[in-house]
Write a protein that binds this ligand. Sequence first.
Ligand code: UT7
Length: 334
Amino acid sequence: MAQEHKVNAGILGIGMSVPDRVLTNEELERLVDTTDEWIFTRTGIRERRICGPDDTSASLGAAAAIKALESAGVAPEELDLIICGTATPDHPWPSTACLIQQRIGAFNAAAFDLSAACSGFTYGLATASGFIQNGSMKRILVIGVDTLTKQVDWSDRSTCILFGDGAGAAVLGPVGPDTGILSSTLGADGRGYDQIWLEAGANKAPVMISLIAEKRQCIKMKGSEVYKFAVKIMGEACLQSLEKVGLTSDDVDLFIPHQANIRIINAAAERMSLPTEKVFVNVQKYGNTSAASIPIAMTEALETGCIKKGDTLVIVGFGAGLTWGANVIRWSRD
Ligand code: UT7
């Protein structure tokens, strides 16, 4: 009898793209009643990137995708599917995934957007993993991209200091057993839909002058509620994901959490009893880039030698929805 050969999805290549324009805390001091000291001690952020006039989610996403394809040695026409995790599509429709497909010339790929806010990349990896494991697809591009600074209320000091723009992308393909994406844990709690949200701009509340006057087309957030939720859910989701494959925190070589706030990252790492040297942090450079933060952090972790073949990584995201997602990944390439 033929032995069943379980195929996993592995990350074959990864890349990132951020806009050139750096916005520092000092510049924000001139915009709202804040200080570099407050922002850095409460969030860990020193600066973030913001879109120039020509930057959009599609342009940043395509730039990250091209780098990921190069790093994977995969041609655009080999892609079977493009999944774009974004809360900031270029248009309500068509999907930003289709715009990226057009920009990179991946005309053999199906394409769709995935709306899970900051958890978009972790949701995307879990979704792509299913298609590869069931054998229906061989090459999938998963992108996490957001341009939230276009939706920020620049007079609201509690939110405008947090966000930055950027994109990260990964090319997935089949790898052997016990490597690649070992497990995923996804979750949502729609009861918290208004803890961080953008009310206007879609069909229930199309953008109108009256809504703009109330800034209802801008991000609104109950910061401390989101903070408490994040600290609890990040550790829980990671431990569940590890448990699914018989692992514990002791087996983790590198923890790459959503880069929203250094205090949230540290609290989550503490819940998982992880020492700081096993936690990757770059929130100081980019702020919260939403769906892009994890693939950007993974790209920088790889480029700085923090990830080696065979390492066990745990990534975890949380965000609007409320949503969360964690993946345990055994790194399968050099
Ligand atoms: O991807 C998910 C996205 N969201 C998040 O991850 C957000 C999660 N939440 C947070 O990161 C934190 O709640 C914040 C960084 C947003 C706020 O930090 P905090 O320690 O929870 O501060 P707070 O909201 O409790 O505010 C403390 C004080 C308040 O003043 P009073 O009422 O005590 O006088 C705020 O008005 O800090 C004030 N404050 C500021 N002061 C200077 C709020 N924002 C600022 C600011 N500069 N930028």
